[in-house]
Ligand binder design. Structure first.
Ligand code: HEC
Length: 215
């Protein structure tokens, strides 16, 4: 009988653990979250470039995705997607397909924009898309991450009709326009890549001659 009781107790404890663990995670805006944020902000010294501080401000999308732990109710997600879609800007000449050779380089560059205290980027260092960190693209690059789906044969499979080209451009410019709380960075919105650079990466994805669509 005693053994049975302790077994039941163990089970009850095991079952209650997830709920207990959940309670231990504080909601955004709580006392500890605020303290941690304050500590983080004060770790930036007064002589650091001012624009670094702007990167600490969360916009509506970041706040809402944090609040719902990246899984907002669908109507809220759709509202965020519409807000993000409204930010998309196009190149002045309206051409969305650039030079795939430039795009190939940009997709592979994983440097630029570092705000390191010890070793920040040298001035003028090119920023890249670092697409391989999350996607497979050209077959010859074997080091790639898998957080995002494979984009190998993107153009070969989907073609390069106007709506596919626009989708690729929009997705790179502001990925959250399609998936409210995606893990993919918003390259255009944050001016990480210029509209022109994005057209080169689009070409890398859709041009039949691009290594993405060969092999
Ligand atoms: C930090 C990870 C990450 C990086 C870096 C990243 N992506 Fe993504 N990407 C994702 C994830 C995750 C998805 C799938 C979820 C979604 O749709 O948001 C995705 C989806 C996509 C899609 C849509 C695929 C489809 O099947 O419709 C395209 C196109 C794309 N990424 C292109 C790129 C390009 C080009 C770059 C580089 C400029 C890039 N991504 C950089 C994570 C990333």
């Amino acid at each position: 009988m005693k053994l049975k009781t302790s077994l039941v107790a163990t089970f009850a404890l095991a079952l209650s653990l997830p709920a207990f663990a959940q309670k231990a995670v504080e909601a955004p805006g709580g006392k500890f979250v605020k303290e941690a944020e304050q500590m983080f902000r004060t770790s930036f010294r007064a002589d650091n470039p001012k624009y670094w501080m702007t990167r600490l401000e969360q916009d509506d999308t970041m706040k809402t995705c944090l609040q719902y732990r990246d899984n907002p109710p669908r109507p809220i997600g759709q509202k965020l997607e519409r807000q993000n879609a409204a930010t998309i800007r196009y190149p002045v000449d309206g051409k969305l397909i650039g030079d795939w050779k430039e795009g190939e380089k940009l997709a592979a560059v994983g440097t630029g924009g570092h705000i390191g205290f010890i070793q920040p980027d040298p001035a003028g260092r090119v920023r890249g898309g670092n697409c391989y960190a999350c996607h497979e693209l050209a077959k010859k690059e074997v080091a790639y991450g898998t957080i995002g789906p494979s984009l190998h044969h993107f153009g070969k499979i989907r073609g390069n009709a106007e709506e596919i080209v626009k989708y690729a451009y929009d997705k790179i410019y502001n990925s959250n326009a399609f998936t409210a709380c995606t893990n993919m960075p918003r390259f255009g919105l944050h001016s990480w890549l210029t509209p022109e650079q994005i057209t080169h990466i689009v070409a890398f994805l859709v041009d039949p001659e691009s290594p993405v669509n060969k092999d």
